[in-house]
Design a protein around this ligand. Structure first.
Ligand code: GDP
Ligand code: MG
Length: 311
């Protein structure tokens, strides 16, 4: 890895001047904060637009896009360098197969990530989907079980197909907020994130439109129906996530092979039970000794004599 020559991020030049200027400003901000590289992990179901989003951000067609789910079966990392900064984006196969979470895909992603640090997770889904279900929750659970709850502090939800006209007379903002609230709820449930956990609770949701028919503003920048130029906006959100005070997730052997990172404390349960048993035994012994030492009451002695007489 280290010896590999990283290609220049020349795709930036494909963007209109206004987008380039915003991106360079953001890269300058990263340089000021001494951030020399970022590794972004892209995950989600198949066909939601993961690969298209990677291509959009890099500004080149670097990974295959398919309308028919014949996705890449392995994760790939695309690395690009610009002004001393290296961007690594990891595109992954879809996490669902035949209606279930694809454990093989998850294991493959985990081993691919060995010794890498995930700076940001982009959890991708479509804006133009109308429901979330138990499968979504299972996917979130599988990600949480693999990388630990803390991954959600380093995450953003990405909603593709963002150029849409909402149904039922809803405004764009209303539709967006309903859809993102539903997804964030599923992330909180599947990730077992408590309401008090404000960082993960306020996970950002970014909108993306990968289609070539995406609207443009007068400067030629790709914009969303709400007028936002989405590429710089997504990069800005990613930078906000890494600046929120949380740590990146180092995927080491322990994380891959060890117990579920959320269940590590459960290893202490037998020790705690043994300790409790020991304490209870001690207390019980002390009480019995105390009782034996106590002078017997007259009625007790009488009862003892009665029972002696009987037998
Ligand atoms: P992946 O399986 O998650 O990697 O999804 P792909 O990037 O391969 O995209 C699946 C299909 O959706 C392709 O036909 C893409 O052209 C299309 N697609 C992806 N993102 C968008 C988007 O934002 N808008 C529209 N209209 N189509 C998209
Ligand atoms: Mg793909």
């Amino acid at each position: 890895m280290a010896s590999q020559v990283v290609r220049e991020w020349s795709g930036i030049q494909q963007f209109p001047g206004a987008t380039q200027a915003k991106l360079f400003e953001l890269l300058g901000k990263l340089k000021q904060e001494n951030v020399e590289s970022l590794t972004i992990l892209v995950m989600g179901k198949g066909g939601v637009g993961k690969s298209s989003t990677v291509n959009s951000v890099i500004g080149e067609r670097v990974v295959a896009v398919s309308a028919f789910q014949s996705e890449a079966s392995r994760p790939v990392m695309i690395s690009r360098q610009r002004a001393g900064f290296t961007l690594n984006i990891i595109d992954t196969p879809g996490l669902v197969e035949g209606g279930y979470v694809n454990d093989r895909a998850i294991d493959m992603i985990k081993s691919f990530l060995l010794d890498k640090t995930i700076d940001v997770l982009l959890y991708v889904d479509r804006l133009d989907a109308y429901r979330v279900d138990n499968l979504d929750r299972q996917i979130i659970k599988a990600i949480t079980d693999s990388f630990g709850k803390a991954i959600w502090k380093r995450a953003a939800v990405v909603l593709t197909h963002a150029q849409l006209s909402p149904p039922d007379g809803l405004s764009y903002e209303e539709f967006f907020s309903k859809r993102s609230e539903a997804l964030l709820k599923v992330v909180r449930l599947g990730g077992r994130i408590k309401k008090q956990d404000s960082v993960a609770f306020s996970m950002p949701v970014v909108l993306v439109e990968n289609s070539g028919r995406c609207n443009k503003n007068e400067s030629g920048e790709k914009i969303l129906p709400n007028g936002v130029s989405w590429i710089p906006n997504m990069v800005k959100t990613i930078i906000d996530v890494i600046s929120n005070g949380s740590k990146g997730i180092l995927v080491d052997k322990k994380l891959i092979e060890g117990p579920n990172p959320n269940a590590r404390h459960k290893m202490w349960i037998p020790v705690i039970l043994a300790f409790q048993y020991f304490i209870v035994k001690q207390i019980r012994g002390a009480i019995q000794k105390d009782i034996a030492r106590e002078p017997k009451a007259a009625w007790e002695l009488r009862d003892m004599n009665v029972s002696k007489r009987k037998y």
